[in-house]
Design a protein around this ligand. Structure first.
Ligand code: GAF
Length: 378
């Protein structure tokens, strides 16, 4: 049975209403272009099959129900707010501050999108909820406006992040990824190359709420670096614009660690462009090597990896079965993405899971990715 049917049935059991509507908000996978979004660079990301499912219907009193935790949040009451409600509160408060309103409703949600795995579960909830309020209140907001509000709501929660996740979640397309130009939020669809290959996610299950990691320190360091660079290069608007020569000139003015951040951002933007060529040419070997280079950058230069992520990527590096792999998302835990010849995916999955179990004494989650549509009513 599909996840969609399972979660719809669970929601129906909890919210018996003739007027029940359903919404699917998928997670995001990123092929390459990590930590470039808040530096106005490039990334190549898409929506995938795992998602949060929402059911909602008009009701006398507004109630948001987590089926997973069997808990409710009543946004209009003073009752203690469950922890997960933070993902709803930002969008709720923002749209109300903007003067929007909607009828009372009941909402229940659950899904198969792993939480805290660098697959954007929190953004999927935020984006899904804002989309749903737009529906409920017939607010007539465009997808671009909803994306903007979802980004603002995420920032209000304390994460000084970018917009890659929200753009991917709202605009994902089957068998496509989005090449996002983060300086102006424009994107273009790039077909995922067809071929006898599988994209696999291996999740370390080292869960992280990014806001409590060093993520914000990276984005703050980048702001600081931009200030420094702007003193030398007038007209510079973001770190992704820095040329190699300018980075070399900055050597004197910044620490070794910060210089490494600049090198990483420059190289990662370049890798996004290379990846697009490899996609067009269906060069799976080159795609794999580009993933590996991306991981090395995140590990050594940008320093956002961890031992579990490195173990999985090293496994890919030393395995004859994989084209390549890298960590995905903000880092400090979460998941890796691997490109594998399709006929070897089962052998590879078993091998990597066993190796991880031997090393860390628990099983990682392993699953194949299919690139899917973004948010939609179902
Ligand atoms: C997280 C953030 F939410 C994104 O904006 C992005 O910066 C990503 O980490 C790293 O590429 O998912």
């Amino acid at each position: 049975m599909s996840a969609e049917i399972i979660y719809k049935e669970l929601i129906k059991k909890r919210l018996a209403s003739e007027k029940l509507k359903f919404l699917r908000a998928p997670g995001r996978v990123n092929i390459i272009g990590e930590h470039t979004d808040y530096n106005q660079g490039l990334c190549l990301a898409g929506a995938f099959q795992k998602a949060i499912y929402f059911g909602f219907a008009p009701s006398g009193e507004t109630e948001i129900i987590s089926l997973k935790y069997n808990e409710s949040w009543f946004p209009k009451s003073q009752h203690k707010m469950p922890d997960w409600a933070i993902y709803f509160k930002g969008g709720w408060d923002l749209l109300r501050q903007k003067g929007y309103s909607w009828p009372e409703f009941k909402l229940a949600f659950d899904g198969d999108l792993p939480v805290g795995s660098g697959l954007s579960s929190s953004s999927a909830i935020r984006c899904g909820f804002i989309y749903l309020l737009n529906e409920l209140g017939s607010l007539g907001l465009s997808i671009d406006k909803l994306t903007e509000y979802a980004v603002v709501a995420e920032k209000a929660s304390g994460l000084e992040g970018g917009m890659m996740d929200q753009i991917s979640i709202f605009n994902g397309k089957k068998e496509q990824v989005l090449l996002i130009q983060c300086s102006d939020w424009n994107f273009k669809y790039i077909p995922v190359p067809e071929g006898p290959v599988s994209w696999m996610v291996v999740d370390t299950k080292v869960n992280h709420q990014l806001v409590y990691t060093d993520y914000n320190n990276r984005s703050r360091a980048c702001k600081e670096l931009l200030n420094t660079a702007q003193k030398l290069f007038s007209g510079l608007t973001n770190l992704s614009e820095l040329t190699w020569d300018q980075i070399t000139l900055l050597k004197e003015s910044v620490s070794r660690q910060h210089l490494n951040f600049l090198i990483y951002i420059n190289e990662e933007n370049q890798r996004v462009l290379e990846m697009i060529d490899y996609f067009e040419l269906k060069q799976f070997e080159s795609i794999g090597q580009c993933l590996m280079r991306g991981h090395e950058g995140l590990r050594k230069l940008y320093q956002v990896s961890c031992k579990e992520l490195d173990f999985l990527v090293d496994y890919a590096k030393n395995s004859e079965l994989a084209f390549g792999a890298r960590m995905m998302g903000g880092g400090f835990g979460g998941a890796t993405i691997h490109l594998i010849p399709e006929n070897l995916k089962d052998t590879y999955s078993k091998g990597i899971a066993n190796a991880f179990l031997n090393r860390f004494a628990y099983q990682p989650d392993v699953f194949e990715v299919s690139f899917e549509e973004g948010i939609q009513l179902i």
